[in-house]
Design a protein around this ligand. Structure first.
Ligand SMILES: NC(=O)c1ccc[n+]([C@@H]2O[C@H](COP(=O)([O-])OP(=O)(O)OC[C@H]3O[C@@H](n4cnc5c(N)ncnc54)[C@H](OP(=O)(O)O)[C@@H]3O)[C@@H](O)[C@H]2O)c1
Length: 274
């Protein structure tokens, strides 16, 4: 397994800024479960969303008994039309300070041989559902004057990748979307971070790759999600976890993207008057 140095994270400050409730879309296993566990450890209550009600109930019960947090477990397929609005319904009446758009993986496919139905499902999950959920939670964050959004994207969103045409394209959307929202709302107390995640040892990955796949260069999901939470609190717009061909250049890519974004925050004030 590949090591990732943990970033410092002030748990009390995190709870104060993003508590008392967090919503995780795609929470039952993998990185979603890692987010849920670390947030519960910090005393943040959870709305857990994914397709398998029983897995969510089991996780919610476990975290409630270990950490004393409250939870809601809501079964929802994120690829369905209107899923983002149903995520907002699932959290109705709760003081939500954090939304994590987590689920979003896809299998390796050949675009021309595949049907466009699976492509449209991925677009609904990674784009339409993300738009509706972040728009709704963001309105709440604006009136509370604080809040956070984590978008689990992928290194595949930093450029095109064979066999991942729709995945790469939707992850590029997620990264640009998160950066744009950071640029627009960071100065108003709302933090947004896109995570260009690396290959991680999640149950989804293990179900997908061949049995002899070399796991030595794969990251632990809990290491990546910890640093994502720390990056959000630190006010970063994008975290690229080095991975794949050209990874030695990725810290510079991250720095260049942030510098460009910061410059655009000032540049756009010419157009918006603000
Ligand atoms: N694993 C990697 O190597 C890797 C690499 C780069 C980026 N990422 C990104 O990291 C995130 C998490 O990846 P992951 O590997 O943990 O796999 P994932 O399939 O994206 O996420 C798994 C979680 O999401 C839920 N889920 C999956 N499809 C769903 C759907 N249609 N509707 C509702 N919930 C759904 C699953 O629970 P249910 O089965 O109960 O629905 C499970 O809790 C994704 O955004 C992915 O693109 C992963």
């Amino acid at each position: 397994m590949r090591a990732l140095a943990p970033l410092p994270l002030d748990k009390a400050a995190f709870r104060e800024k993003y508590g008392p409730w967090a919503v995780i879309a795609g929470a039952s296993e993998g990185t979603g479960e890692c987010y849920a566990r670390e947030l519960a450890e910090m005393g943040i209550n959870l709305v857990l969303i994914s397709r398998r009600q029983s897995a969510l109930d089991e996780l919610g019960q476990k975290l409630k008994s270990e950490f004393g947090v409250d939870y809601r477990a809501v079964a929802q397929d994120l690829t369905e039309e209107g899923a983002g609005l149903r995520i907002l319904d699932a959290a109705k009446g709760l003081d939500v300070g954090l939304y994590i758009s987590n689920a979003g993986a896809d299998n390796f496919v050949s675009f021309f041989e595949d049907s466009t139905e699976s492509a449209h499902r991925l677009v609904r999950m990674n784009i339409s559902t993300l738009i509706d959920a972040t728009n709704g939670f963001g309105k709440g964050f604006l009136s509370r004057g604080k809040g956070g959004i984590i978008v689990m994207a992928s290194g595949a969103g930093l450029g095109g990748q064979p066999n991942l045409a729709l995945y790469s394209a939707t992850k590029a959307f997620e990264i640009n979307f998160a950066e744009s929202l950071w640029g627009e709302y960071h100065e108003r107390g709302i933090d947004v971070i896109g995570i260009a995640a690396p290959i991680m040892r999640t149950p989804m990955l293990l179900r997908t790759v061949p049995a002899d796949f070399d796991l030595s260069e794969v990251y632990e999901p809990a290491d990546v999600t910890h640093n994502a939470l720390a990056g959000l609190l630190a006010g970063e717009p994008l975290q690229i976890v080095p991975d794949g061909p050209g990874q030695e250049k990725q810290p510079q890519v991250q720095a260049d993207r942030k510098a460009r974004l910061v410059a655009f925050v000032e540049f756009n004030k010419m157009f918006t008057g603000g």
